[in-house]
Design a protein around this ligand. Structure first.
Ligand SMILES: [Zn+2]
Length: 129
């Protein structure tokens, strides 16, 4: 009888270990995907830095504007949400219906008030997270 009990305990332990191994493999895959995603985002950001720098070089050469003007403009944009914190969350996640002018949450394809089509026409709108 005790042999049967120890066999049953052994089988249960074996099953539990297999479940844990499977969970660990799934978590490892999940971590690997997160790392890949972070690397990909970092590369995208580095590309954006280069694009912005190239654009600023072109603008500087052709407009006569200098770094001081750019820094002042960035501060003004930063302050659009009322806080000088290196972020601009003004209008983040919020759109206005082009038909009735009411505020609509981003992600809606039609206005919930009038049914009008919602167009996000801002070039620089972001999710603000
Ligand atoms: Zn509307």
């Amino acid at each position: 009888m005790s042999d049967l009990v120890s066999l049953a305990v052994g089988i249960a332990a074996h099953r539990r270990i297999n479940t844990l191994k499977s969970d660990m493999r799934a978590q490892k895959l999940s971590v690997d995907e997160s790392e890949l995603s972070a690397v990909s985002m970092r590369q995208d950001i580095e590309k954006l830095y280069m694009l912005v720098e190239a654009l600023w070089c072109i603008v500087k050469e052709t407009s006569g504007l200098g770094d001081e003007e750019l820094i002042e403009l960035v501060k003004q944009i930063d302050m659009q949400d009322g806080k000088l914190d290196g972020r601009n969350s003004a209008n983040a996640g919020i759109l206005r219906c082009s038909n009735c002018g009411r505020t609509i949450l981003k992600g809606q394809s039609k206005c919930i008030y009038c049914g009008g089509e919602v167009k996000d026409e801002s070039l620089f709108r972001h999710n603000g997270k």
